[in-house]
Write a protein that binds this ligand. Structure first.
Ligand code: SAH
Ligand code: MG
Length: 205
């Protein structure tokens, strides 16, 4: 894996080992169709996924309303003051994503979709070879992401979920809950774990 820019130059919290796993999985999957991620933020995971898609002539869609998750708002642990737009009175991370994609020469291979995940999912019709869920961590958002997107993974395609922490002391539960729901549906089987990342494969039928 060779990245066009240093991932450390992109805001975000993705672990490099997890990034490497995302690259590997997307490189594998994208031969079958486009990939999609929920939760672009400033494009750190999109850098890994998008570089893999580009290497195989494929495409990544990346969905975000760019207003930040709960834990990224002012006063919360993960707030970054540079992402605050005083004119709007909200967070605004789209310019950071655009900057990452431009610097990494990924603009023809990574398509930002700006909007609420559940709204985009409701109108989505293209089968996806891989979906990476890394959006809101409140139960309502995480469940909406799972319900909205899981059925768009093609049989044999991948569902990757970030921030899966079985032990509540390590982090919030909702990503773990949707990981369990995916396994309980019997539509997915677990393939691999890298730190807090889980990779599931969609079974036929
Ligand atoms: N994958 C990114 C981190 C994503 S952080 C990286 O590697 O750095 C989570 C993102 O999800 C935030 O940018 C937030 O704006 C977005 N988000 C949260 N809830 C959302 C929702 N309901 N619809 C769309 N985006 C959402
Ligand atoms: Mg995450």
């Amino acid at each position: 894996m060779k990245l066009p820019i240093d991932p450390a130059s992109v805001k975000g919290f993705l672990d490099p080992e997890e990034g490497g796993a995302l690259y590997r999985w997307a490189h594998d999957a994208v031969a079958w169709g486009p990939c999609l991620e929920v939760g672009s933020y400033c494009g750190k995971s999109a850098l890994y996924l998008g570089t893999a898609c580009k290497a195989r002539g494929g495409l990544l869609f990346t969905v975000d309303h760019h207003r930040g998750s709960e834990e990224m708002q002012p006063g919360w642990e993960h707030h970054d003051a540079e992402t605050w737009d005083p004119r709007a009175g909200t967070m605004e991370t789209l310019p950071f994503l655009r900057d990452t994609l431009r610097r990494a020469q990924l603009e023809d291979h990574v398509i930002p979709v700006v909007g609420r995940s559940a709204t985009v999912a409701r109108h989505w019709h293209t089968p996806l070879s891989m979906i990476f869920i890394d959006g809101g961590h409140a139960m309502e958002q995480a469940l909406a992401d799972y319900r909205g997107w899981a059925h768009h993974v093609m049989p044999g395609g991948y569902l990757a979920i970030h921030d899966v922490f079985p032990n509540p002391e390590d982090g919030g539960r909702p990503p773990f809950e949707i990981y369990k729901a995916a396994l309980a549906s019997r539509l997915f089987r677990e393939l691999e774990q890298v730190k807090s990342l889980r990779l599931l494969v969609r079974l036929a039928g």
